[in-house]
Design a protein around this ligand. Structure first.
Ligand code: AMP
Ligand code: GLY
Length: 428
């Protein structure tokens, strides 16, 4: 199998790394890739907004399968373009990708199919409406920009000043461009979060190992929301009864709803869940693998991922079984100075070789660029350091040992990824 992976972040690095372990894979390209992916796959330039160029590239390379990592090309219709040209691709078509591309679309979809989610206080087309909605909403509340904002378009707050300022930034100053044309105000849910990700052919599905992301920038869940600062994966966070409830009340109605509405779905589908006292509720859908969930989850995969992806793309996952290594994995994101508000790029990265010497650690590149043998930062999230262990404490020790060997001026990472859960999780 010759595979083209679209994207150039930590998720795509982990994908390429895992696909390379598959006996059925002969060649991997990654477009555009990054400074670390270049060590494991042939990187090819690509503008992620140009879905026609992506199809031209897949055709020219003769890829047997294209796997799309990020949401942007999916929401721009990369799957529709490939389908039109008879090129095999894993990822949903544009219409279904709106589950991620528009938070208002996804909320209305959930309401139509009685899928548990936060109650809505208002869907606002103008700043005047949004400011007015603040008067009667219950606090704390959540404000979400409708469109794609790389995880940064959400505010959870109890402060009306903060809410007012956020509406100004999103709707008036258009900090996220057209993504802020509309906003949605909703109930703040309370509980632990869970990233439940499936690979589906539209009907059958396999699920990824359960994962928990840490969205806030700083330790103890302080600071602004980010795309994700670190993840741990252990089976304890998904007891069998909880999983049954998630499948019955959320996954199944979602897949049925997509089919009923003429949006058959082939690809990864991510359910961002809040485990509330009233049961699991959907915070968001993503039409792709999570980042950095993928970097923690794929090292635990004990099955042929390339085959599974191909079967999902072909529309028949029924014979595929996903097996997962026991124990734990954890990944820690090393972010640039100023991330998420104003990340500094172009800073040299030192210590990659020293980090790679830590047994059991893998360093995935997220935002890096290689020039003359030196790696430089090239984005907000720079590196993702992953480790597996027999339990969470062991995995954390290895990941943090490797992370401590990496030196990037001004960079920061959270020291508490998986810390709370590690206390209650020990190998038996
Ligand atoms: P989203 O992009 O919708 O997942 O939002 C990003 C993060 O904001 C989530 O992972 C949660 O941490 C938080 N969040 C989103 N919606 C809510 C909600 N209704 N209640 C509480 N927290 C939320
Ligand atoms: N880590 C959350 C996401 O991929 O959106």
């Amino acid at each position: 199998m010759k595979i083209l992976v679209i994207g150039g972040g930590g998720r795509e690095h982990a994908l390429v790394w895992k696909l390379r372990q598959s006996a059925s894979v002969e060649k991997i390209w990654c477009a555009p890739g990054n400074g670390g992916i270049a060590n494991e796959a042939e990187c090819v330039p690509l503008d992620l907004k140009d879905v026609k160029a992506a199809a031209d590239l897949a055709a020219k390379l003769g890829a047997d399968l294209t796997i799309v990592g990020p949401e942007l090309p999916l929401t721009l219709g990369i799957a529709d373009e490939f389908a039109k040209r008879g090129l095999p691709l894993l990822g949903p078509e544009r219409k279904a990708a709106q589950l991620e591309g528009s938070k208002i679309f996804s909320k209305q979809f959930m309401e139509r199919h009685f899928i548990p989610t936060a109650d809505v206080y208002g869907i606002c087309d103008s700043p005047v409406e949004a400011h007015a909605a603040l008067d009667w909403a219950e606090w704390p509340l959540v404000i979400k920009a409708d469109g794609l904002c790389a995880g940064k378009g959400v505010l959870v707050t109890s402060s009306s000043e903060e809410a007012t300022a956020f509406i100004e930034r999103v709707m008036e100053k258009r900090e996220f461009g057209d993504a802020g044309t509309r906003v949605m105000l909703e109930e703040a849910l309370v509980g632990e979060e869970l990233s439940y990700i499936i690979l589906t052919d539209g009907k059958n599905f396999i699920r990824m190992a359960p994962a928990r992301d840490h969205k806030r920038a700083f330790d103890n869940d302080e600071g602004p929301n980010t795309g994700g600062m670190g993840v741990y994966s252990i089976d304890d966070i998904l007891p069998a009864e909880l999983e049954k409830t998630i499948i019955r009340t959320i996954v199944q109605p979602t897949l049925d709803g997509l089919r009923e509405e003429g949006m058959p779905y082939r690809g990864f589908l991510y359910f961002g869940l809040m485990l509330t006292a009233d049961g699991p509720k959907v915070l968001e859908y993503n039409c792709r693998l999570g980042d950095p969930e993928t970097e923690a989850v794929l090292p635990r995969a004990d099955f042929d991922l390339a085959q599974a992806c191909m079967q999902a793309a072909l529309g028949d996952l029924s014979a595929v079984e996903a097996k997962w290594f026991p124990g734990a994995s954890v990944c820690v994101v090393i972010a640039s100075k100023g991330y998420p508000a104003d990340p500094q790029t172009g800073v040299p990265i030192h210590g990659l070789e020293e980090a790679a010497k830590v047994p059991g650690a893998v360093v995935f590149h997220a935002g890096t660029r290689r020039e003359g043998g030196v790696c430089y930062t090239n984005g907000g999230r720079v590196l993702v350091v992953t480790a597996m262990g027999e339990d969470l404490s062991a995995a954390r020790r290895v990941a943090y040992e490797a992370a401590s060997r990496i030196k990037i001026e001004g960079a920061h990472y959270r020291k508490d990824i998986g810390a709370k859960a590690a206390k209650g999780h020990a190998a038996v």
